[in-house]
Design a protein around this ligand. Structure first.
Ligand code: PEP
Ligand code: MN
Length: 345
């Protein structure tokens, strides 16, 4: 639908517009209003080039497309009945919990193994462990493939699936070789389209679930869903949205908590949402409240940094990991919140 700057297009402008949309197999239907006309595009109006050519006309204020630009992730797509089962949980049917270290300490693999056992006991379904880390400073610990062995050992000992973040294709190859069960794309790569496409292709056959974090400078909801579309369009529709806070931060929190985006995502896309309260608020003491808020907003689950002894951890663990005891109580409260009528009907 085309909205002109002036209430009506001149005959010459209308002819120009008809010629542009005609190049893409579309027609214009004029809707005559008392104060202004609206120019509906009839036909497949998804071409970005067509829209950009229209927007290039200085008499056009806006072009609104009725059809979604993300065909596969759209709530009306054929994939809307797609189901994902991870760690024995069908997402959407009960709260899904992933928990574990921000970062696996190469000097203290045992702490990670202890945490893995403890989060399982607390009720987690998936173990998280950072093997490679996107660090703001190049002088901070960057992670190491050497810690992959601990992640795999945690899986062997607990029988639970494991998740790790990958930031590039070599890391993807190592993770796939190790048969990591679930991949995380971090906030910094949320708009790295070539990486998203490659992950989609390389995980298509096995259908490995991909947790796609929200870019911390990400714009509209559509941009987030379109990023997920890159994975689906390249063969892997097992995408999970992960709000994790955005910038600028709310003074005192690490980011600006954005779990409230969940109902908007669910309005537009069928994909599950697993929120990350740890990075959203960035302090262990705020994590339980943020977790419950995320569930209240309709999240299907949570990924929570948890450590048996946070103060001895590395990366984010000392400041934002909760302990397995806190996790256990929180999971009970999450279940209560999940069951409230106003939350899930
Ligand atoms: C993490 O999960 O430890 C992490 C680095 O996440 P994000 O990409 O959301 O910052
Ligand atoms: Mn972290």
């Amino acid at each position: 639908m085309i909205i002109s700057k002036a209430p009506r297009l001149t005959d010459q402008q209308l002819a120009e517009v008809e010629s542009i949309v005609g190049d893409f197999g579309c027609k214009i239907q004029v809707i005559f209003g008392a104060h202004r006309n609206i120019y509906a595009i009839i036909g497949d109006e998804r071409s970005e080039t067509m829209v950009n050519r229209l927007l290039g006309m200085d008499y056009i204020a806006r072009v609104d497309r009725m059809e979604s630009v993300y065909k596969l992730m759209d709530v009306r797509s054929d994939l809307a009945n797609h189901r994902m089962i991870i760690g024995g949980v069908e997402l959407g049917t009960e709260p899904f919990i992933a928990a574990g270290h921000c970062t696996i300490d190469p000097q203290n693999g045992n702490a990670f193994l202890e945490t893995a056992a403890a989060v399982k006991e607390a009720g987690a379904h998936v173990i998280r462990g950072g093997v490679w880390k996107p660090r703001t400073s190049p002088h901070s610990y960057q992670g190491s493939s050497d810690t992959m062995k601990y992640l795999i050992e945690a899986r062997e000992r607990t029988g639970l699936p494991v998740i790790a973040e990958i930031m590039d294709e070599p890391q993807l190859a190592v993770a796939l070789d190790a048969k990591v069960d679930m991949l995380q794309i971090g906030t910094r790569n949320a708009l790295n389209y070539t990486l998203l496409a490659e992950i989609g292709r390389r995980t298509a056959e096995a259908g490995i679930p991909v947790l796609l974090k929200r870019g911390r400078h990400m714009g509209p909801v559509d941009e987030f869903i379109s990023a997920a579309e890159y994975l689906a369009a390249n063969g892997n529709p097992n995408v999970i949205f992960c709000p994790r806070g955005t910038m600028p931060s709310l003074d005192g929190f690490r980011n600006h908590p954005d779990e409230c985006i969940t109902p908007l995502l669910k309005d537009k896309s069928w994909a599950p949402v697993v929120a990350d309260p740890s990075h959203s608020v960035g302090r262990a003491k705020f994590v339980p409240a943020c977790s419950l808020a995320a569930i209240a907003y309709g999240a299907d689950g949570l990924i929570i940094e948890t450590h048996v002894d946070p103060i001895t951890g590395i990366g984010d663990d000392p400041k934002q990991s909760i302990t397995p005891d806190v996790l256990k109580k929180l999971i009970q409260d999450v279940r209560t919140m999940w069951g409230l009528k106003s939350v899930r009907g």
